[in-house]
Structure formats: structure tokens, C-alpha cells
Design a binder for this molecule. Structure first.
Ligand SMILES: NC(=O)c1ccc[n+]([C@@H]2O[C@H](COP(=O)([O-])OP(=O)(O)OC[C@H]3O[C@@H](n4cnc5c(N)ncnc54)[C@H](O)[C@@H]3O)[C@@H](O)[C@H]2O)c1
Length: 354
């Protein structure tokens, strides 16, 4: 598995995986295909080039954009419209054409080459109403998942792969789940080797955080440039919780999966920071204040936003049992790295993050 195509390869996750893979395996040949739809992805092109990774300006919605690529051993599908709000107040065309039709184009290209296929899915495939049924307690700075639950697939460790899938989940989540189902068919009936990772919040340096996607970097950027923020929903106290996973921790897992693809072929895993690497917005604020020394105005909007959820923690038990992998990089280190990156690239990032 030495020739790898990463779609969305100039994006946050795609470029991070490409750079880490090349740094660890200098004999790998990597192609990063991206249409540069996401603002800031263009900043990754020189970084990829410097590392000896070929950038291809292409769009997964166009089958023709795969022509001209050499035989590929593995595709990592990391291109997407990744916003959970996409399509809610506008047409869902771009979302569906990229996250669903585009993924099918990637699958067909994989089939042609007999490439293995690793798909970056999302925790957002789990339905909103079911996530809202999770029992949690309200503590001083956060909501905490309770030990006693009524739904299958949730415990104090978080949400596992058995969590019920009936109900709506946002157009974003649906586009990813539909892709998952098609991937399973390609695996079963066409013999494609596939792995699906349902990721919780991913973060780290080089994430072009915005209000609807990449909240951790958005929070850091607002503290860095001393701009205001709001706690939105659940009473406006900022106690909603997510686990967060550094892309370096994700890389360690994907690297293991590449080496062990036959062992986990056809499998689906929840992948995230787990309880050990989780934060409420309020705790995120405290961390940002501690690192920067800046205190910014944060208003409260009690009303909950569409498609929002109070708490999401990944139960990594399945993937950890098979691979021994677990997240290692803790919130303080993640936030310190993000602030260092913003500080070092202030000029380039100002027009994107400020
Ligand atoms: N960041 C997270 O917290 C998170 C969590 C769970 C899952 N994911 C998944 O991980 C993957 C990567 O997300 P990300 O955070 O790096 O987002 P990102 O927006 O930084 O990267 C996605 C890249 O895809 C590119 N792209 C969009 N449409 C395209 C198209 N039609 N053709 C080619 N390229 C296209 C964008 O320009 C961008 O560079 C996505 O599949 C996303 O659903 C991300």
C-alpha cells in the first residue's frame, strides 16, 4: 500500500494525514486531490509540495477528474462539505453531490484500481432525537453522560457503534450515512476492501474553524484576536460537551488501519477523543483564557440551534480492543498547539479566522 490518493487532501484532515504519512513513510507516493472549496485549504498546497506530495486540483463530483491518476493502492476519502448546518437553510445540492455522489465516484475509481478504501464518516450519522434522549447530569462546568441509560449503545463511556440509527440526523449526517451504506455494498458485492471511521470532533493546527464547523479553532481565534463569542443553546451556559481528537492521534490510527486493512476489512468504528479528551464550551473558554491571558465578552443565547446536541462522547472500546489505539493528546496540548500555529501564521490566517 504505497500509492495513496487522499481526496479532500488540501483540507484540514486530508492534509494532516498526508503530511504525517509522508513523514513516517518516505517511500509512499501521495496524491492530494481537492477542489479548494473550503477557504484556507489553499494554504496547505505549499506545505504539501514542500513534503513531496503531489496536489491535484480536482473535484470528486467529476468522474473525469480521476482520469490521469496512476494506479492507486488506497484511497482515503476526506473530501466533504463538512458542516452540519449545510443545506438546512439553503439548497442541499452541493452537500449531496459532494458527500454522496462524489463519494460514489471515489468508490468507482477504487473499484477500477482495486484500491482499498478508508472513509472518514462522522458521529453525526447518529440521529438527533436519539442523542437528545441520552441521560446526563448537569455539573459545575459541563454535562456528564450518566451511567444509567435507556437506549442501546450508550453508557458512561459514551456512544458506541450499536447506538440506534432510526430518526433524522441533519442532511450532512444523512449524506455520510448513505455513503456508508453504499460503501458496505461495494465491500460485500464487489469485494472492495473498506474501513469506515465515524469520527467525533477532530481538531488541531491548520483547521480553518468557522461558526458552523471547527468550533475549537473558532474559539481559539476569537480569544487570540479578542473578538466576542456566544454560548448558544441549552440555557446558554456553555455546558454542552464534545470529545475532541487531535489529527496526530487520528493519524496513528489510520496508519495502523493501513497496515491491518485485511483484518478490519468491512468494519465500522467510532473514533474520537473519548471522555479522557473532552471539553465543554465553558471549559474551552477557561483553557483559552489560561493560555492567552485574554478574557473576551461571551453572550448567552438560551435557545438551542437546529441540529445541535447537548453532549457527544465517543466510546472507542471497539477500535481500542482490536488495535490497542487510544487518544493521547490532551486538551491543554491541543489548545497550546493551536495558539502557537495562529501566532506563527497570523498574517495568512487573519482574513480567514478573524
Ligand atoms: N473536522 C471534524 O471535526 C470532522 C469530524 C467528523 C468527520 N469529519 C470528516 O472528515 C473529512 C474531512 O473534514 P475536514 O474537517 O478536513 O473538512 P475540510 O473542509 O477542512 O476539508 C474538506 C476538503 O474537501 C474539499 N472539498 C469539498 N468539496 C469537494 C469536492 N467536491 N471535490 C474535491 N474536494 C472537495 C474542501 O476544499 C476541503 O479542502 C470530511 O469527510 C468530514 O465529514 C470531520
Amino acid at each position: 500500500m504505497k500509492t495513496i490518493l487522499i481526496t479532500g487532501g488540501a483540507g484540514f484532515v486530508g492534509s494532516a494525514l498526508a503530511l504525517e504519512l509522508k513523514a513516517k513513510h518516505s517511500d509512499f507516493t501521495l496524491f492530494c486531490l481537492d477542489n479548494l472549496k473550503r477557504r484556507g485549504s489553499e494554504l496547505n498546497i505549499p506545505r504539501l509540495k514542500r513534503a513531496g506530495i503531489e496536489f491535484i486540483h480536482g473535484d470528486i463530483r467529476n468522474k473525469e477528474d480521476f482520469d490521469g491518476l496512476p494506479p492507486i493502492d488506497l484511497i482515503i476519502e476526506a473530501s466533504a462539505e463538512p458542516s452540519v448546518l449545510a443545506g438546512l437553510n439553503s439548497t442541499p445540492d452541493y452537500l449531496l453531490n459532494t458527500n454522496l455522489v462524489g463519494t460514489i465516484n471515489c468508490l468507482n475509481f477504487a473499484l477500477k484500481n482495486k484500491s482499498a478504501f478508508i472513509f472518514l464518516s462522522t458521529s453525526r450519522i447518529y440521529p438527533i432525537k436519539n442523542l437528545e434522549k441520552i441521560n446526563y447530569t448537569e455539573d459545575n462546568t459541563r454535562f456528564t453522560v450518566s451511567p444509567i441509560q435507556t437506549l442501546l449503545g450508550v453508557s458512561e463511556k459514551g456512544i458506541s457503534e450499536n447506538f440506534p440509527l432510526n430518526g433524522s440526523r441533519s442532511l450532512y449526517g444523512t449524506s455520510k450515512l448513505t455513503s456508508e451504506l453504499i460503501i458496505q455494498e461495494y465491500q460485500e458485492f464487489y469485494g472492495l476492501r473498506t474501513v469506515i471511521n465515524r469520527c467525533g470532533v477532530l481538531t488541531g493546527p491548520w483547521q480553518m474553524g468557522k461558526v458552523d464547523q471547527g468550533v475549537v479553532v473558532l474559539w481559539a481565534a476569537r480569544h487570540f484576536w479578542k473578538k466576542g463569542l456566544s454560548y448558544i443553546g441549552y440555557g446558554g451556559t456553555g455546558k454542552q460537551v464534545r470529545d475532541i481528537l487531535h489529527t496526530k492521534d487520528l493519524f496513528r490510527l489510520v496508519d495502523w488501519q493501513i497496515q491491518n486493512i485485511d483484518r478490519i476489512n468491512g468494519d465500522t468504528f467510532n473514533v474520537g477523543g473519548s471522555n479522557e479528551v473532552s471539553l465543554s464550551l465553558l471549559e474551552l473558554t477557561l483553557l483559552c483564557e489560561k493560555i492567552t491571558g485574554n478574557t473576551i465578552p461571551i453572550s448567552s443565547i438560551a435557545e438551542t440551534r437546529q441540529a445541535d446536541i447537548p453532549v457527544y462522547i465517543t466510546d472507542n472500546s471497539k477500535i481500542s480492543a482490536i488495535s490497542g489505539w487510544k487518544p493521547e493528546i490532551k486538551p491543554l496540548q491541543i489548545m497550546t498547539e493551536i495558539f502557537t500555529w495562529i501566532g506563527e501564521n497570523e498574517k495568512d490566517l487573519e482574513s480567514i479566522l478573524k
